[in-house]
Design a binder for this molecule. Structure first.
Ligand code: FES
Ligand SMILES: [Fe+2]
Length: 439
């Protein structure tokens, strides 16, 4: 399909207030996302604390492209295609490991430095005078188009040319900054493996749901609502403190007004967050020693500024969400038009009380695990939607709550917290990056 054809096709699928069901269901659209959308965007690869030592690597992906993130012997992180330049064999298959000083292909033992450069070929004299040095293979393992380690968070763009990191994220980086600044020493460390949860639905449903504030009190009524009811009706002594699990689950039952007033901010290129003024994380109990450590590190004024920010979910287009106040990152990994692997990662705040990590881990188990009380409510909604979208009676998905004419997504905006503007913002970015990323 030539570009003008693609533009016409996408113009037909994305309207200002609604999108065609094909964007969630069509294998052809999915293939085009793999070919155009993901390579043109800056996509999250991993956190550099996952590879603390030289030779440490993890495997990752952008769209359907297999990648390796590795720490080279100069301590820099590199992101390479997981593909031998000889005959294509994947160099490593584990999710994580240490390769020592070099990678060695398991097929014919070509070896590569941990920055990808070709190191050695067995029986190399067989290539003498064959012009090997003029081939792609001589360059070793291919690097991605561009990469950036932003305060420990590693992102990459596959396309050799395209939008720069700073332009792509702009002011949305303030959410990542806030998450990192919550460490008294400004440093996060991944805490263990992520919780992995397979979803039989399109990846965009998960991304959209991160700023869908009209669903919690409905879809989570059976789980959160029941928990709240049991706690309220429980015969307990006066002044019994609210247990941490209740502090986590009760806000899911907040009324519409709570979500309307929390506000939503959208930034250019599909990024945005809920919780401009307050969020479901605003009222957690203080953890002893934490504020003191922050005051000590930053001074009371700056510490208050950092901790006063209670952003709820920040979506980084195309496919991650972070929760700054509880140091969590969710990666929505597309595996097919109707298949998405969700990884929910948590981070430890270096220099802060370990109790914070325990609370975050509890949140992850309660809300995001396959055994979660809450996450499967969402899963059921996504899977029902994926099935319902196959119904032929209607073709369009509606995203027009609080729509305003001539919305300008090139400018930051703060709106009522139940707007679906962030979903519209994502589809505006989706269309542009499917077509290369130009404004
Ligand atoms: S395929 Fe890797 S060395 Fe031959
Ligand atoms: Fe939900």
């Amino acid at each position: 399909m030539s570009d003008p054809d693609l533009k016409t096709r996408l113009d037909h699928l994305i309207r200002p207030q609604q999108v065609h069901r094909d964007v969630y269901t069509s294998p052809e659209i999915y293939r085009l996302e793999m070919k155009h959308l993901f390579p043109n965007c800056w996509v999250y690869i991993g956190h550099d604390s996952q590879t603390p030592n030289k030779g440490d690597y993890i495997t990752a992906q952008i769209g359907d492209q297999p990648l390796i993130m590795v720490r080279h012997n100069d301590d820099e992180i590199h992101v390479l295609y997981n593909r031998c330049p000889h005959k294509g064999t994947k160099i490593v298959i584990d999710r994580a490991g240490n390769t020592g000083k070099f990678f060695r292909c398991p097929y014919h033992a070509w070896s590569f430095k941990t920055n990808g450069c070709l190191l050695a070929i067995p029986l190399k004299k067989g290539y003498e005078n064959t012009g090997l040095e003029d081939t792609e293979a001589a360059h070793g393992m291919a690097p991605v188009g561009a990469m950036k380690n932003y305060r420990g968070f590693v992102f990459a763009r596959l396309a050799p040319e395209g939008i720069g990191f700073d332009e792509f994220f702009g002011d949305s980086l303030s959410s990542l900054d806030n998450m990192v600044d919550r460490s008294p020493v400004g440093r996060l460390n991944v805490a263990g493996a992520p919780l992995r949860f397979m979803h039989n639905c399109n990846w965009k449903m998960l991304v959209e749901n991160q700023t869908d504030t009209c669903h919690p009190m409905v879809a989570h009524e059976s789980s959160a609502g029941t928990a709240v009811k049991i706690w309220e009706e429980m015969d307990k002594p006066e002044g019994t403190p609210t247990p941490p699990a209740m502090e986590i689950i009760a806000p899911f039952m907040s009324p519409y007004e709570f979500f309307e007033n929390m506000g939503i901010r959208t930034w250019p290129n599909g990024h945005g967050h809920t919780g401009v003024h307050h969020s479901i994380h605003s009222d957690y109990s203080a953890v002893p020693g934490y504020v003191e450590a922050m005051n000590e590190a930053y001074g009371p004024e700056r510490a208050q500024q950092i901790l006063g920010e209670n952003r709820h979910n920040t979506v980084y287009f195309p496919n991650i969400m972070i929760k700054g106040p509880i140091q969590q990152l969710r990666n929505f990994i597309a595996l097919g038009p109707d298949k998405t692997l969700v990884e929910s990662w948590i981070f430890r705040l270096e220099g802060a009380p370990e109790e914070l990590t325990a609370r975050t881990a509890m949140y992850n188990r309660m809300i995001n695990a396959p055994t979660s009380m809450v996450g499967h409510d969402d899963l059921e909604m996504y899977e029902r939607a994926q099935e319902g979208l196959m119904a032929d009676g209607l073709e369009w998905v509606n995203i027009q709550r609080l729509y305003e004419e001539d919305e300008d997504f090139t400018k930051e905006a703060v709106l009522n917290g139940t707007t679906e503007r962030q979903m519209r913002n994502q589809f505006d970015a989706w269309k542009r990056f499917m077509l290369g990323g130009a404004a």
